[in-house]
Design a binder for this molecule. Structure first.
Ligand code: ZN
Length: 502
């Protein structure tokens, strides 16, 4: 984790250097996660990195619907149709004050003179940063505010969006069907695990849904009644396809969030829907580089270079349901996030992305074992370490699991898994998790150690910090970034917890 922070500081330094001198040029705002950066303008060029939703880069050149962007480290090419081009004076990166009377200071530290205040919901566009402090302008006042008190979410002052209102109406029209992919699935009163459980539904059952929000579906579970189910535990389906399709069927799995599904096999066709990373669709045929797929009981097309072909639907990610963790509450802490990417792999993986992906897989497995799950973050947002432990200490969690991926300095060979505890009373928890994760994943056992990390040191709950493999090792990175690895690691964590509690 410490290595990750050093990487981050280096990257932040470089970014600050690159962003300020080019404040008056066209910018590309990335619209999808894991967008490949390539050495040239086409999918036949080598990948040299990845960029993610919301990130903004200066455009250096444009060719054949590809953009050359300026990045810290190495410039490269991205698909123009997966970006939004902005001819903006500034990097448009709007933030909102989380609190009333947030101080605007003359210098990026607490000694800076107070020049004014932001009120909750006030919008600002940070122009530069210094450590955690960002420079903003509000009316005639400009100065520095602390980044921890800003958020990218505008919820404080925004009207609910139109489709959110529609979602509240249970008579909304049916948009499609979902099939339950886990043994038992909770139907909740709202689109979060904090929602009250209304009923439980079972594997293989199919329900109509009337809305989709974030990663959740609002389903009709009995006449006139609706509730929300977690999108990562169901599969979209259609009438004919309520059973597992014949083994000859081919599927594609989407590599990116926000993938456009179109009415025909080129980017000139109308967008008829959007898919998310990991969504799977049955392939009906292939036309040129495009797949014709089955989508919401109709057909649609998706570009072949942003999907992966599989021979069958991915196997269920959850082991058989039991109640081995019933009554337990587990807080999952996906390390890093937002402007803190954590470690960056040799192949371009971001620690913050892998920890969040793993957190969601772990969450569904813990829930299938009857546990209640809390998360310190559920999306790609920056959350300070203090806030993470604050949430843990005021929760009723029985264990706090911080997920990380490791990195060693260049020229240092390091592989494998570590579990850290701070208080010696948590050594048993770390030991149990370590041995079980190692046995599930087969990665090298680096053992358990006492670690002086904020999230476990300042935590009142039984807490551990897991380093689930090294991103700095090119081979290990290829393993640990896969869904199948993260599923195994999650299964190891579930078993380790079960053993610890029993
Ligand atoms: Zn980390």
């Amino acid at each position: 984790m410490k290595k990750g922070i050093i990487f981050f500081i280096l990257i932040l330094g470089v970014l600050t250097f690159y962003e300020t001198p080019y404040a008056y040029a066209d910018k590309a705002v990335i619209q999808v996660d894991y967008l490949n950066v390539r050495t040239g303008p086409g999918t036949n060029y080598d990948r040299i990195g990845k960029v993610h939703t919301g990130e903004t880069y200066k455009i250096i050149e444009e060719k054949d619907n590809w953009l050359k962007i300026q990045r810290s480290g190495k410039d490269g090419w991205v698909a123009k149709w997966l970006t939004k081009v902005k001819a903006d004076q500034h990097i448009t990166d709007r933030h909102y004050s989380k609190y009333d009377y947030l101080r605007i200071r003359s210098a990026p530290n607490l000694d800076g003179k107070i020049k004014g205040y932001l009120m909750k919901g006030d919008a600002v566009e940070p122009e530069k940063s210094d450590g955690k402090w960002v420079y903003i302008q509000k009316g005639n006042t400009n100065g520095w505010v602390h980044g921890d008190y800003l958020t990218k979410e505008a919820k404080q002052k925004q009207e609910p969006e139109k489709d959110e209102k529609a979602d509240e109406n249970p008579s909304s029209t049916v948009k499609g069907k979902v099939k339950v992919g886990t043994a038992v699935l909770n139907v909740r009163s709202e689109n979060s695990t904090r929602g009250r459980i209304l009923t439980r539904i079972r594997k293989g059952e199919t329900y109509e849904y009337i809305a989709k929000k974030d990663r959740w579906y609002q389903i009709k579970y009995s006449s006139g009644k609706t509730g929300w189910v977690a999108g990562w535990l169901v599969n979209e389906t259609d009438n004919e396809q309520t059973n597992t399709p014949a083994s000859k069927n081919t599927y594609v799995s989407l590599n990116y969030n926000g993938t456009n599904l179109r009415s025909g096999p080129s980017t000139n066709y109308k967008i008829v829907g959007r898919g998310h990373k990991g969504d799977q669709f049955q392939v009906l045929s292939k036309e040129g580089q495009w797949y014709k797929i089955s989508y919401e009981s109709k057909t649609a097309y998706v570009a072949g270079w942003i999907v992966e072909e599989t021979n069958q639907e991915s196997t269920a990610t959850t082991p058989a349901t039991s109640n081995s963790l019933k009554g337990k509450t587990i807080m999952i802490d996906a390390g890093h996030g937002g402007r803190d990417p954590g470690a960056v792999g040799r192949g371009g993986s971001y620690e913050k992305t892998l920890t969040l992906d793993t957190a969601y897989l772990l969450k569904s497995q813990l829930e299938s074992q009857g546990a209640k799950v809390l998360m310190t973050r559920t999306s790609d947002h920056y959350i300070s370490l203090t806030i993470r432990t604050f949430h843990s200490n005021r929760s009723n969690a029985d264990a706090f699991i911080s997920l990380h991926y490791n990195a060693a300095p260049l020229n240092v060979v390091a592989r494998g898994i570590n579990s850290y505890y701070y208080s010696s009373k948590d050594k048993a928890l770390a030991d149990s998790l370590q041995s079980s994760i190692v046995s599930y994943t087969g990665l090298r056992d680096r053992g358990t150690k006492k670690g002086d990390f904020h999230v476990i040191r300042e935590n009142n709950k039984p807490s551990v910090l897991l380093e689930l493999g090294f991103l700095s090792d090119a081979r290990e990175e290829q393993t640990i970034k896969t869904r199948s690895y993260q599923i195994k690691a999650s299964q190891g964590i579930v078993e380790g917890l079960t053993h610890y509690f029993n």
